[in-house]
Design a protein around this ligand. Sequence first.
Ligand SMILES: [Zn+2]
Length: 82
Amino acid sequence: MFEDETIDIACPKCGFKNSLLVREIEQQSETHIVCQGCKVGVKVEASEFQHRLNEINEEVEAMQVEARQGKNPKPRKGDFQI
Ligand SMILES: [Zn+2]
């Protein structure tokens, strides 16, 4: 689900990809992490990932629509019984 979506943040110094939870980034405009590769402090700005966050939101919305449709399935061709 959405809460478990992660984004890889490439360290500007060593290039190590640090996985961050989307919800941690979204909660504030800036997130400070420590690179797991070289231990340098990295500032993550949510605005830089707004595009990716929007994509994730759209994915979640699409899943929610599917879930709703699953509860109230519309009859499809071939489903009719005589
Ligand atoms: Zn690093």
